[in-house]
Design a protein around this ligand. Structure first.
Ligand code: EPZ
Length: 421
């Protein structure tokens, strides 16, 4: 376990400008997609410097893709993909490595990997991924925690209806479908902006995809794919996280390189709390927070375009010091309140019952020794510590570094008293 800690001395306003990094949850499937490109290089700009992205680059290298990072640009050349096995150690590093399944299967006709490791958000089943790929001709043996996948007759288009609009399953199907023979239809597809980013990337590589962002995505497979140059969309959850830092400290922030259209369900919540939030230019968001916040109406996490589950923990930290009571309903994951016990140590008043969490705002939190339970839970603790009286320490920074580029530098640049030891 990493020994690093963040030390945060609370009570200072967050004021200034932060440039939002590229989206982790778009970069990961995009990098997996480069496996499919036999001729030409993929040049991917705005690729965030995150440990999850580093893990994806290690997986690419392991299977024979030549990839290198040049600043925030990653260049990937998959002319010589040789290997189709992803070792357990690499699978354990992050749960989203499952998205390599569709790409490797599509490219090599085989893929062997262990069940994905990673997130602590409760069981992370992959049944929707596997049944969809099987309907496309994949033969998948599951034994001793390993998945052994082949496509003896190749992959062919299929008419798939997802029982839940799973983001990862939608991405895996798209990646397998671009090399499959015929048309694949995905009904009840995930509509997240990251799906649109993956579709736009694949189309710029020569794929034929329509409907991304709606609940029906059509992929006509078998097109010859070639390299391309692409820029990853901004990280909408990092955007919300930094808005929360301003809200909880009564601060004022400009976020550049952000896209307000990706967080349509979150903006009204900040306005309910009394913040002024608006976009200007085509990629900047401004927020000005009042000294004291009103508790927002009930927050229910939903598939996109509903309130994003990844923003639940960061927003809860803000609600712990708002006037009034906020009810959260976490509809996406079974175990996504692990940050609550840590917030209670800071004097927050929160009661959870299954999917519901009731947050009674208090006047002030007090600093404490904290440990990040997972990625967005860790962000929640950072937000709370910015507003707490005194100096908090936050361990488990490895979780936070999976999804935020050097969070201490970003926050220090806008006035926070934060350092990493
Ligand atoms: C993606 O995870 C994101 N990760 C998550 O972000 C995000 O919270 C989630 O989508 C929902 O928006 C990446 O994109 C790398 P799902 P994913 O498949 O694809 C159930 C973060 O903090 N399910 O849409 O795993 C599943 O158990 C991470 O950046 C099945 O039952 O999400 C969950 O309850 C956390 N069977 C729900 O669907 C399946 O086969 C949503 O999962 C697949 C999923």
């Amino acid at each position: 376990m990493d020994k690093q800690k963040l030390i945060i001395n609370g009570g200072r306003k967050t004021e200034g400008e932060i440039s939002v990094h590229g989206a982790k949850n778009a970069a990961l499937p995009l990098l997996a997609a480069t496996v499919l490109i036999k001729d030409g290089e993929c040049i991917i700009h705005n690729c965030p410097r995150l440990t999850d992205v580093d893990a994806a680059l290690r997986i690419l290298s392991h299977i024979g893709v030549r990839c290198r990072r040049d600043g925030s640009t990653v260049i990937s050349n998959a002319a010589a993909v040789a290997n189709f096995e992803i070792p357990v150690s690499m699978m354990r590093e992050m749960r989203s490595s499952i998205v390599f399944l569709g790409a490797v299967l599509g490219r090599a006709g085989r893929c062997r990997m262990s069940y994905p490791g990673g997130c602590e958000l409760g069981p992370r089943p992959i049944d929707l991924h596997l049944s969809a790929l099987r309907s496309m001709g994949a033969v998948i043996e599951e034994s001793h925690g390993f998945l052994d996948c082949t496509a003896p007759k190749g992959l062919f288009g299929s008419n798939i209806s997802l029982s839940f609009p799973s983001v990862g399953a939608t991405e895996n199907i798209m990646l397998a479908a671009v090399t499959a023979e015929g048309v694949t239809e995905i009904h009840n597809a995930a509509k997240e902006p990251e799906i649109c980013d993956l579709s736009a990337f694949l189309v710029s590589c020569g794929a034929e995809i329509s409907g991304a962002g709606t609940d029906t995505v059509l992929i006509r497979g078998g097109k010859k794919l070639h390299g391309c140059e692409y820029s990853v969309m901004p990280d909408r959850i990092a955007t919300v996280t930094y808005l929360c830092c301003a809200a909880v400290t009564g601060g004022e922030l400009v976020l550049t390189g952000a896209d307000i259209s990706h967080i349509g369900a979150v903006i009204p919540v900040f306005r309910q709390m009394g913040c002024r939030v608006y976009s200007f230019g085509n990629d900047s968001i401004y927020i000005n927070a009042p000294q004291s916040l009103r508790a927002p109406h009930t927050v229910r996490t939903m598939p996109y375009p509903g309130f994003p589950t990844d923003a639940q923990a960061p927003l809860m930290a803000v609600c712990t010091v708002a006037d009034g009571t906020t009810v959260f309903v976490e509809n996406i994951f079974d175990n996504r309140y692990r940050h609550v016990s840590e917030l209670l140590r800071m004097g927050a008043q929160i009661k959870t019952e299954g999917r519901v969490a009731v947050v009674q705002g208090v006047r002030q939190l007090s600093a404490a020794e904290l440990v990040s339970p997972d990625l967005r839970g860790g962000a929640s603790l950072v937000i709370a510590a910015l507003a707490a009286e005194g100096t908090s320490t936050i361990g488990g920074t490895a979780h936070i570094d999976r999804g935020y580029e050097s969070i201490e530098n970003a926050l220090r640049s806008v006035g926070a008293d934060i350092k990493r030891i």
